[in-house]
Design a protein around this ligand. Sequence first.
Ligand SMILES: NC(=O)c1ccc[n+]([C@@H]2O[C@H](COP(=O)([O-])OP(=O)(O)OC[C@H]3O[C@@H](n4cnc5c(N)ncnc54)[C@H](OP(=O)(O)O)[C@@H]3O)[C@@H](O)[C@H]2O)c1
Length: 274
Amino acid sequence: MDAPLTIPTPKNISFEQAATLGVGSYTASLGLFEGLNIPPDHPTSNPEPKDEWVIVFGGAGSVGQYAVQLAKTCGYKVLASCSEGGEEVSNFPNPLSSYRIPSSSTPYTVYCPPSDDGTQLLKSLSATATLNHTLDHANQLAAIRSLTGGNFSRVFDAAGYSYPLAAKALSEISTAAGPKYFTTTDDWSPLDEIPGTKTHRITLGPIGREGEEKLHENIKKYIPVIKTLVEEGTVFTNGVEVLGEGGIEGLKGVLEKGEKGEKGKKGVVMVGGV
Ligand SMILES: NC(=O)c1ccc[n+]([C@@H]2O[C@H](COP(=O)([O-])OP(=O)(O)OC[C@H]3O[C@@H](n4cnc5c(N)ncnc54)[C@H](OP(=O)(O)O)[C@@H]3O)[C@@H](O)[C@H]2O)c1
C-alpha cells in the first residue's frame, strides 16, 4: 500500500491497535460519507446534535463499531444491532448533548471494549439504542418503529446480511420526506432497488490498485478525520488480541489452526519487530 493511503499512527494507541485501524474505519467512512451522503469533514466540525436516527445493522463488528462511532460524532442518534447481551432492545439514557466521549489522553491506552457482550460494547461506544439481530424480522421491525418513530432516512448494513431488513425498514417504517440512503458492505449479491432510496455498495477491495483514483481521493479525505477522532479519544479502535508466537512461522501456525481470536476483537499476528 502506498504511504498516502495509510493512516499515520495516532499517538495514543498501540502498534497492534494501529495495525487494525485501516480496513474497518475506511469501510465505515466509505459507507457513511459516500453511501449515506454525510459530509466527510462533518465528524471533526463538532456538528449540532440531530433529532434523527442512523440505523447500523451489525454494529458490534469491526466495520459496525466504526460506523456507530462516526455516525454519533456526526450528531445522529444511532440504533445498532448485535446478537449478544441478553436484551432484546436497549434504549440508553444517552443525552444527545454529551455524545462526544471524553478524551483519553494517556498515551498507548489499550481500550478493551467488553467484546463478549454486544449491547454493553455498543453502549460503551455511545450507541443510543441497540436491537438484537437474532429476533425475527417482524420483531426487529417493530422494535425499529417503536425506538425511532420512523425518524430515519439512513441505514448502514455493516454486516452485509441485512439488505432484506433494511429494505423493509426504509420502505415501510421510515417517515422521511426527502431522499433515503442505504449502504452495505455486501458488494457481491444482486440487490433490488429500494423505492425512494439511493443504494451504495461499499467497495474497498481495490484500494491501492491503478485506476482507482476516486476511491483513493476519498480515502485521503478520511485519513485526517480518522486520525483526529482517534487521537482526541472520540473514536475507539476495535479491541485487539495478539495471536500465535509471532514471526512468519507464527503466522503460518495461526493460519493452519484457523485461529480467529475472541469475538468482537481483531486478531493480530506480529510478523516482525517494531
Ligand atoms: N465491501 C467492502 O469493501 C468490505 C470491506 C470490509 C469488510 N467487508 C465485509 O463486511 C462484513 C463485515 O466485516 P467486519 O470486518 O466488520 O466483520 P466482523 O467484525 O466479523 O463483524 C461481522 C458482524 O456481523 C454481525 N452479524 C452476523 N450475522 C448478522 C445478522 N444476521 N444480522 C446482523 N448482523 C449480523 C455480527 O454481529 P454479532 O457479533 O453481534 O453477532 C458481527 O459483529 C464482512 O462480510 C466483510 O467481508 C466488505
